[in-house]
Structures are given as C-alpha cells and as structure tokens.
Design a protein around this ligand. Structure first.
Ligand code: CA
Length: 218
C-alpha cells in the first residue's frame, strides 16, 4: 500500500513497482491506511498527509499491526528519521529515491517479515533468562507475556539470540538483518536495539560492546 497524497508521486511509484511485478494499492489519507492495513503486505508511508501526520499514523498503526512499514518522505532531518524508526518503521527513505533502491528496500524488509527459514523448525525456541524467542512463530515472550516487535526488531533480537553469550559485531547483525548492501543503516541499528531493550523491559539483556557490537546475555 502506497500512502501518498501526491498523485504524481503515487503514480510513479505504482507504475514503477508494477514493472517489478509488485501490485500496489493507493491510499491518499492516513485514515485509509488505518482502516485497510489488514489487507496489505507492506506499507510505503509518506509523512506529509492531509488528515494526520504520518508519524502519528504510524504510532496508531503500531498499536494494532506489525505490518512492515517503509517511510518515504522529503523529511531528511535526523530527528524525523530517529522518531520514525523508534515508532516502528522498518526502514526510512528520503525522497527522491530511485525506483531500484525502493524495490531493493521493499525486498529486504519483506524478507525480514517472512516466516523463519526452513532451518528453524517448529519448537525452535531460544531462551535467554526470562525471554523466550520462538523463531518459527516469530513470537517473543517475556515472563510468559507476548511482546510485539516489528519485523526488524525481531530480526535484530534473533540475530543476537542465535549466538547468546557471544559477542556479535555490528556488521554481522546488519549483514544478517539488512543484507550486506545496507551498511549505511548503522545508526538505525542503534535505534532498533534501543526499541528492543525498551519493549523487552530488561535493559541488561543486550550488552553493548563498545567499538564492536553487542552480546545477548544468557
Ligand atoms: Ca505528502
């Protein structure tokens, strides 16, 4: 779903993605997104929308849905980017963005949202203290209560949990979650780590190893 009030931009994205065999639905207003989100696989979200700021729409959406969201906006200031990622966007792109880049980001985010690869079988559960990560169901439980993570947050947590107790470098996490073409997302990684820490409610679970990466304590 392309949530975009500018017809020229929305048409360019829709026509362009059709060349890659990606079908798009169009929404002009944030209200359409909040009503119709259940029918789509991924959302490309503009921030300057007529009925609501896109960041407010994202905050509302995240209360009801974990659908992957890529923000696509002219707003390129650090504050907006950090807010967008903190509110649960899986990626953040600043206009203008080439179609091939948008498509690659859509592919990358979609891959993260897919069910776990065949290597993870039913019951493939990682436990670290009071945190339980079900890779197959893509569910995280803390003290028996489920915690809603975005696909990206889940990817980051799982990348660390698979090697619980070991130091994992930033590059390894980014490589696993974003693919090695995305080293530019280094700063986003910290935002996603902070979000996981806040949601899990156990700040010590993920230790930062300065100048290297992270370690999930087991
Ligand atoms: Ca707009």
């Amino acid at each position: 779903m392309v949530v975009e009030d500018d017809d020229a931009v929305a048409d360019a994205i829709g026509d362009g993605l059709r060349q890659y065999a990606v079908d798009t639905a169009r929404a002009r207003r944030a209200g359409d997104l909040l009503r119709d989100h259940a029918n789509v696989d991924l959302v490309v979200l503009d921030l300057g929308l007529p009925d609501m700021d896109g960041l407010d729409a994202l905050r509302k959406l995240r209360k009801i849905s974990g659908v992957p969201v890529i923000i696509l906006t002219a707003r390129g200031d650090d504050r907006s980017i950090v807010r967008g990622l903190r509110l649960g966007a899986d990626d953040y792109l600043v206009k203008p963005v080439g179609l091939s880049v948008l498509r690659a980001r859509i592919d990358a985010v979609s891959r993260r949202a897919l069910p776990a690869p065949a290597a993870a079988s039913i019951g493939d559960v990682i436990r670290a203290g009071n945190v339980q990560i079900d890779q197959y169901a893509r569910k995280v439980m803390v003290d028996g209560s489920s915690v809603a993570l975005t696909p990206t947050e889940f990817g980051v947590l799982t990348a660390l949990a698979r090697r619980a107790g070991q130091a994992v470098s930033r590059e390894e996490v980014m490589d696993e979650v974003w693919g090695d073409a995305y080293l530019a997302v280094s700063r986003s990684l910290d935002v996603h780590i902070a979000a996981v820490r806040a949601k899990i409610g156990r700040p010590g679970l993920i230790a930062t190893i300065r100048g290297f990466g992270f370690r999930l304590e087991d």
